[in-house]
Design a protein around this ligand. Structure first.
Ligand code: HEC
Length: 174
């Protein structure tokens, strides 16, 4: 009985908290997520991704060709939201909630190869990140490219702009 009372109280408190959040922040996707929301969303995602996926190793070797192929693929399919540099400084991302993070930073780079692969293949529920399906090989190559983002060169950025014609202004220099 006590257990039920505690469970119901926790539920009621959680609901009241959620209602207060919505009243304070509305449903707009243009705001920054609160610290608590970001925390909960990240934990939820962790539970939702298959534990087996986390330990998968990238079967594709990081050859210059594989990285270049993934670069073109990324420029075509991912840069609209994530930006050519991976910094997320794009018009679309400014209106996404939660927004895509700067993928050069630890938020992304600390994820395992398997987690990155899983996210690219399946997307992230309740966010703007679509599941891409795609061939496993292509998705693993994208993982290689995401690892490469922190070291991207201006020559590579030029190649990407040839593919997607994104404005240079959207990518302020490092
Ligand atoms: C329509 C916009 C959009 C497109 C296109 C898109 N993404 Fe995303 N992506 C997002 C958003 C939003 C998130 C943040 C999801 C979250 O909060 O967990 C995200 C998250 C990610 C993450 C996880 C980063 C992290 O640190 O949590 C990876 C990896 C990723 N995207 C890779 C890709 C790749 C590769 C492509 C192209 C094949 C792509 N995305 C295309 C919107 C997009």
């Amino acid at each position: 009985m006590l257990k039920i009372v505690v469970a119901v109280s926790v539920l009621v408190l959680a609901l009241v908290w959620a209602l207060l959040q919505v009243r304070a922040h509305g449903f707009s996707a243009r705001e920054k997520p609160t610290g608590m929301e970001a925390f909960v969303a990240t934990r939820l995602r962790w539970f939702a991704s298959e534990s087996d996926a986390r330990s998968l190793k990238n079967p594709v070797e990081a050859t210059p060709l594989a990285v270049a192929e993934a670069r073109d693929h990324y420029a075509d399919h991912c840069a609209t939201c994530h930006g050519n540099r991976g910094d997320g400084k794009t018009q679309i991302n400014a209106g996404l909630y939660p927004p895509a993070p700067d993928m050069r930073e630890s938020h992304t780079q600390d994820l395992s190869d398997g987690e990155l692969f899983y996210i690219i293949k399946n997307g992230v529920r309740f966010t703007g990140m679509p599941g891409w399906g795609g061939s496993d090989e292509d998705n693993w190559k994208l993982v290689l490219f995401i690892r490469h983002l922190p070291r991207i060169t201006s020559k590579e950025l030029e190649f990407m702009r040839e593919v997607n014609h994104m404005p240079v202004e959207a990518e302020p220099g490092p």
